[in-house]
Design a protein around this ligand. Sequence first.
Ligand code: TRP
Length: 465
Amino acid sequence: MTRATWRTRIGFILAAVGSAVGLGNVWRFPWLTAENGGAAFLVLYLALIVAVGVPGLIGELVIGRRSGRNPVGAFRELGGDRFRFLGAIALLAAAVVLSFYSVVGGWILRYTLSSATGAYFAAPGEYFAAIDYGLGAVAFHAAFLFATVAVVHLGVDRGIEASTTLMVPGIVVLLGGLAVWVATLPGAAEGYAFYLSLDVGYLRENFLDVLVAAAGQALFTLSVGAGAMLTYASYLGEDRSLAADGTLIAVLNTAIGVLAGLVVFPLLFSLGVSPGQGGPGALFVSLAGAFGDLPYGRIVGVVFFGVVLLAALSSAISILEVLVSYLIDEHGRSRLQATLGAGGLLLVTGSVAAASPAVFGLLADTIANLVLTAGLIGFLLFDGWVLGRLAREEFERGAGRLARLVSLPWYVAIAVALPVFLAFTFVTGVGSVLGIPISSPIAVAVAVVGVAAVAAVFARCSPSE
Ligand code: TRP
């Protein structure tokens, strides 16, 4: 059986942008921004997208296109059996992310429907508290997952490409419309101010926490670290510049993310609610509450949550495709069997997150950051030390002059600088999960020694040795 490919370049780009744009932009980003000092977080996050996210994303694309395989098959094909574990980390990360992602997707689905009836208008806080975890949440999680399974089972071109080609432009148009309308609301200016003004004092005092959160979010928003972009790149047929494609994907994602912020924050402030309170539920309580006070609140609610639903779905399909491509390639399953199998697993794991706020919080806040970071460190060290010269060759294949000029700096970044930086945030992050603050010099030392050791082992295991 020949492997599926994208029909057009634009189809691939839109599918990847659909993967990148999602709850990360509309829900996780405002939540973390509010928790981490507003624009202080925004600035670090943007810087880390450029410095870490984009080169990391390209590092994933390189492995995917070079191998033309699912994550497990890719590392086996390029590095031999002993590198299959890197693919296993990707599968684990994908399962972790989708388990909580589809719970939030379920919330969004429910809010889209209940906006039409105004069900939450009278008492938004109570409404969210009644539906956030438990049986209802499990049911809506299952419904969201079912929609994801339905798209993915139709295949790469007829399912994923066809649906994202419609969804992504739809998201842009609807978000743009909302942003224009929001600007006319009284009090919107305060929202822009919160979003765009920088509190240097806050940043200085909480630098490490903000840095770790921003680094995790930069990976999350670009769908990097769980093999989703790797898998999408494995369906690329012709040769074209991965550097250009990766940059374009990141630029579009960031632009749409900033646009989402221009909707969410002014909307909150124009109704006098601060995004500072409320953790993961903030969007649902404050924002949904705001809709109740608006003239055409039901319509606005349906449109807003409808956009978010599209964005969430086009991301969820990319995460599910990681597991599905693995089951198809490595276990010879049909696409239908693979989608049902992966869907069944996630039905169970997601239900646990939908039933337990503690499990949900742990997965969504910290574990997701840690597995994505671990995944990306592994992928980049593989690029840098196992593929080595071949990684640069793949980077330059189909690339123009500019991309060939940056090929060496890119290589140094992904082989050395980024792994050390990511390992540093990983160690610091583990410290704060365990409640033992690890001092920065120690974290740096652990990161440098750890990365050097792994790089040395990888280099010796390189098949080209
Ligand atoms: N980037 C998506 C968002 O911002 C979520 C996502 C899709 C993702 N695929 C991923 C996150 C793979 C991590 C890994 O909503």
